[in-house]
Design a protein around this ligand. Structure first.
Ligand code: HEC
Length: 278
């Protein structure tokens, strides 16, 4: 129930990686963390700004992104790392530590079982670029640098006691800091009504057409207002996705800590009931 305001310093990203030898390669002949003039290096920020944003987002962005794979900044990390491929569901798009079994690598090397080589219809990525992406995966597919800040938890600012009256205005949920609000869309935030039996698994649930209002951007606060016609007296469940295929993330692409276990990922769930107002 606690809502804290944390000023997130984006300049964190700029402080890291200054220990490189300046030659672009380390003693093992691998690219260093910080190349001259912002060249490609084996960290996610660099891969985002040198490869994904300029080459892949012409197709892979927004609601129409192929196979739901958005590769634009803010969405890409959560949709790649530990997220199952749609084409070959047995493989993760990025399997930290194992580039060979990462579907992303198979797609850019042209060895995938399904579909074309990425970028689709364009020239293949240079071998050196693929090598750097492989190295990032091999080193554990680390999140963007500012993930040193712990993943953002959500909390219900309202209802406080788990009960709303029928004419209650809204449910309010708050994040500890700013989230990528473009990710709040069909599928990532759902409100379900039990169908009168307080059971959410027996098939008579009703998906509610609730309206979402942004109350504050930083930290992100959302109000979920009553559906047309008001709340029906029933048990409800509000869920915000912190897991693949489409997770709500903060501005650094780190998924929310939905289940409050101290780790990014996991769904946030709020159960509440609506009673006839007296
Ligand atoms: C011209 C549009 C286009 C561009 C540019 C493009 N893609 Fe794709 N991508 C697609 C389409 C369409 C599919 C699905 C059909 C297929 O796989 O051929 C796809 C599928 C994928 C998949 C499979 C996802 C899954 O869940 O199975 C991955 C991974 C992927 N693309 C990565 C990339 C990367 C990385 C880049 C940039 C280097 C890129 N794509 C550039 C259109 C594009």
């Amino acid at each position: 129930m606690r809502t804290r305001t944390v000023a997130l310093s984006l300049s964190l990203t700029l402080i890291v990686g200054c220990a490189g030898n300046g030659e672009g390669l380390d003693d093992n002949g691998r690219p260093t963390e910080e190349g001259e003039g912002g060249g490609l290096s084996a960290d996610f920020d660099s891969i985002q700004s040198n490869v994904l944003t300029p080459i892949c987002t012409t197709c892979h962005s927004g609601a129409a992104a192929p196979l739901g794979l958005r590769l634009d900044e803010g969405a890409s990390y959560a949709l790649l790392v530990n997220a199952p491929s749609t084409e070959v569901p047995g493989l993760l798009r990025v399997n930290p530590g194992d580039p060979d079994s990462s579907y992303l690598i198979q797609k850019i090397e042209g060895t995938a079982e399904v579909g074309g080589r990425m970028p689709l219809g364009g020239s293949p990525l240079p071998a050196e670029t693929i090598a750097v992406i492989r190295q990032w995966i091999l080193e554990g597919a680390q999140a963007p640098q500012s993930s040193g800040v712990s993943p953002s938890k959500l909390s219900a600012a309202w209802p406080i006691e788990g009960t709303l009256s029928r004419n209650a205005p809204a449910i309010v949920i708050a994040s500890e800091r700013e989230l990528d609000t473009s990710l709040f869309q069909a599928g990532t935030l759902t409100v379900t009504r039990s169908g009168g039996d307080a059971d959410f698994a027996n098939g008579n649930e009703v998906q509610i057409d609730a309206r979402i209002e942004l109350r504050s951007l930083s930290p992100t606060v959302l109000a979920i207002t009553a559906p047309p016609g008001g709340w029906t007296a029933d048990a409800y469940r509000l869920r915000v996705s912190g897991s693949s295929p489409l997770a709500v993330t903060d501005l650094n692409s780190v998924a929310i800590d939905g289940n409050a276990d101290g780790q990014a990922g996991g769904d946030f769930e709020l159960n509440f009931s609506v009673e006839e107002s007296k």
